[in-house]
Design a protein around this ligand. Structure first.
Ligand code: ZN
Length: 188
């Protein structure tokens, strides 16, 4: 087995020397590429006295599939309101896996600071309607069993979420109805 492995390597030695000198691929990865063990590549590299290039420090966002996928999702409109469930569903894998990558992306300013912080499917669904449909806020609230969806919107705004004004334009009568409704609630 060992003889065979070395023989295979033998015919590709020059190419392996190049890869060792020019790439930062691990001995394990190179072993897989050349059909030999990690240890065989390590020994070969030592025997040849190859000086390996230094791997750039830190996480390489541009080369990370997960980071790229997260950036792609974060470019969608109102992406702060995409819940973690949906992000996981669209990317596959587990949330634990993404948290670390997301933190890096946030610290580099490559995604919105609120992206990936929404953990409620209900909030996500309600806001998806709010952003796209011309419906009164109360109506959207009722659809998702919110007693007071306006306060949910206000709370998010206060915490720095980007919530645009409602698409629904309240006419004068509607406005006075709401005002008297608020008045009634206060008196209770
Ligand atoms: Zn990453």
């Amino acid at each position: 087995m060992l003889m065979r492995r070395l023989a295979i390597l033998g015919s590709k030695e020059d190419s392996l020397v190049n890869d060792l000198k020019e790439t930062t691929l691990s001995f394990k990865k190179l072993g897989e590429r050349y059909g030999v063990s990690r240890q065989a590549v390590h020994n070969f590299s030592k025997r040849q006295g190859v000086k390996r290039p230094v791997k750039p420090k830190g996480h390489q966002t541009e080369e990370c599939r997960l980071c790229q996928k997260l950036i792609q999702i974060s470019k969608k409109p109102h992406s702060e309101f995409i819940s973690t469930y949906t992000i996981v569903k669209e990317t596959g894998g587990s949330w634990e896996k993404y948290v670390r990558h997301l933190r890096t992306l946030r610290s580099k300013g490559l995604v919105n600071p609120k992206f990936g912080r929404l953990h409620s499917k209900r909030v996500e669904k309600a806001f998806a309607i709010y952003f796209t449909k011309r419906l009164p806020i109360d109506t959207i609230g009722r659809m998702f069993r919110y007693k007071n969806f306006s306060s949910v919107i206000r709370r998010h705004r206060e915490l720095g979420w980007n919530v645009p004004p409602s698409l629904y334009v309240y006419d004068g009568r509607e406005r006075s109805r709401i005002r008297s409704e608020i008045q009634r609630r206060k008196q209770r």
